[in-house]
Write a protein that binds this ligand. Structure first.
Ligand code: 5GP
Length: 133
């Protein structure tokens, strides 16, 4: 059975798309830690990120780096942090989190609920920056 993230990448479940190509898909986390919190996934279904083949893992990170640069250009932050957990959704993904401080990376923090129009505006801005790069 397809994972929820496969359905998102296929457009069967809506998401706030930030970037995509044939192999990878980036979209806003629905319960963000901070504004601009983005998930990057391979379209191919693999649960554990470290089960990806070396070259696919490398390409995923190159794609994520381009997404991170786009995030940093539109969300004021010190740096974009990267985290991998995968405890909730069994489909490999990288969290990209614009940080003001180390505290923004604490997954035990309460999550934000941003209005749909704000989520859309953030995703559109990241996508435009990604496409320009
Ligand atoms: P993890 O598997 O890394 O522990 O956490 C999964 C992340 O995916 C969480 O931050 C959660 O908010 C996010 N998430 C779970 N389901 C959905 C969904 O249907 N749409 C989006 N955009 N994010 C989701």
């Amino acid at each position: 059975m397809a994972t929820i993230f496969s359905k998102i990448a296929a457009g069967e479940i809506p998401s706030y798309c930030c970037a995509q190509n044939d192999e990878f898909y980036a979209f806003l986390d629905i319960n963000p830690m901070v504004k601009g919190h983005t998930l990057v996934i391979p379209r191919r279904e693999v649960d554990y990120i470290f089960d990806l083949a070396d070259d696919e893992l490398a390409r995923l990170h190159v794609f994520a780096a381009r997404v991170a640069r786009a995030i940093k250009s539109v969300i004021p932050c010190v740096k974009v942090g990267e985290a991998v957990l995968g405890l909730e959704v069994p489909h490999a993904h990288i969290h990209l989190i614009p940080m003001q401080s180390e505290r923004d990376m604490l997954f035990s923090n309460p999550k934000l609920q941003l209005p749909a129009d704000e989520m859309q505006a953030v995703a559109d801005a990241i996508r435009q920056a990604f496409e320009k790069a």
